[in-house]
Design a protein around this ligand. Structure first.
Ligand SMILES: [Zn+2]
Length: 108
């Protein structure tokens, strides 16, 4: 396919990197270095996005808060503990869970 040069307005092949008449760069034909730059930029962008998403999905503080509630519930249901101790544990668990819900907007 022939394209019209933006500089000299003459036609040249779109397969050519530069205009055969005046040497102006073909804007549709990217150089290997240019292509590499775009791929690199894309890879870096993707990498950054993945890290950001990863941090959003995995919050170490949230995870330990989840574990705390989990451990608390285990104590609450521990048949070896006295009724009073379990009642106390349940109160603490409910507090922990409420705190978690306030902080993260969902149940642990
Ligand atoms: Zn030209």
């Amino acid at each position: 396919m022939m394209i019209v040069c933006s500089e000299c307005k003459k036609e040249y092949s779109d397969q050519s990197k530069t205009c055969v008449h005046c040497g102006a760069r073909n804007p549709n034909k990217m150089s290997v270095a240019g292509m590499f730059g775009v791929v690199l930029l894309f890879a870096v962008g993707l990498f950054v996005v993945l890290i950001v998403i990863g941090n959003m999905l995995y919050d170490p503080k949230e995870h330990s808060a989840q574990l705390a509630v989990e451990e608390c519930r285990k104590a609450e249901n521990d048949g070896l503990l006295s009724i009073d101790a379990r009642r106390l544990a349940r109160g603490a668990c409910n507090l922990l869970e409420q705190e978690y819900k306030n902080k993260y907007g969902r149940a642990p």
